[in-house]
Every structure is written in structure tokens, then in C-alpha cells.
Design a protein around this ligand. Sequence first.
Ligand SMILES: [Zn+2]
Length: 197
Amino acid sequence: MLELYWTHPSNYDPKTQTYSCPYCNQTVAGIIHDLIKFDGNHPSLGKTTETAYSVIECPACHKPSVYKYGEQITAPFGKALRSVNHVPEKINAVYEEVRAGIGAKCYTSAVILSRTALMHIAVEKGAPDNLNFQKYVDFICSAGYVPPNAKGWMDKIRKMGNGAVHDLEIWGQEDAELIGKFLMYLLIFIYELPSSI
Ligand SMILES: [Zn+2]
């Protein structure tokens, strides 16, 4: 098992680490307070000291995170995408869950939740409530919420339609980010832009 030990940054260690703060969502140079290291063995360099984690402070909001060097992730996880203003409460709650899901690498649940949100928005904008997912995407396109050059994008999103109940679908990062981004732009077009004009 890896022997981890805690130190404060020495003169040779970096004092900051660039990361996206999970609390205030800003990309900042975090102040390193503690380093958690281990001794490694490099084939040609011999014995090495590697940094596994650091405890960092956000210079903007002063909240702490743990930064994991290997995967370049933080605990707590940051959210993906950006918040959108003037979104109705329930849809916003679902959208925020999509953001958190993508940030925490829960891609399948983010895709399923995005799909549900998109269908909900289509119904709210006048689509019948008994269509399948592809038809709801078509409705959103024909209602003018999608730019004309987005066909390639939209074809990929249509493929994320509801499989049969017995098909267990697993979705990856690219899928989740694509449908999440589509949801974000749609929310901006429908709720945020009109209220800022
Ligand atoms: Zn912060």
C-alpha cells in the first residue's frame, strides 16, 4: 500500500495550483496549504518523491478543496457547464443536477436527466405529451430554438433517445457533455436571453 505523508510546501514545491473552484466555479490559482506525498521508484531516476494530493484554498472564496494530481480532479467535485438565470425552479433543479452529475463523472445519469428535461421543456413549449424523445428533439428544432448549422449535433442527440426498457444504456463523457451543453444553450435561449433584453 502507498505510504502517504503530509508536508507543507517547501522552497522547492509550487505554492499554487490552477484549478476550477467547486464552490465559486472560477478558475483560480489555489493556495497550497498542505501536500500529501509518497515515495516512488522511477526506472531510470531511482527513488522519487511524488505528490498525490494537495489541500488548497480558493483565493476568491477562501473555501478548501482537495486536489488530486493524477486525475486532476478536486473533492468536492466541481460542476460542469455554467448556471443559467431566470430558469423556472423545477427545471433549474434538474439542470443543476445535470451539471453536478457531469462534474462527478456520473455520465449515464446526466444523459437520462438531460433527456427528461428536454422532453419537459418541449411539452411546456407546446409539444404533445406522448411523443418519443426523437420527436421532441424534432419539435425543439422546428420551433426555431436550434441554429440551422447544428444538424450533426442534433443527429447525435437524437440517438440518445429512449431505448427499450430492457436495454440498459451506459453513456460516456462525450455524450453527457453534448446533451448537457444542448440543454444549457436551450435554457439560455428560452429563459435567460428574453429576460435580459
Ligand atoms: Zn472559490
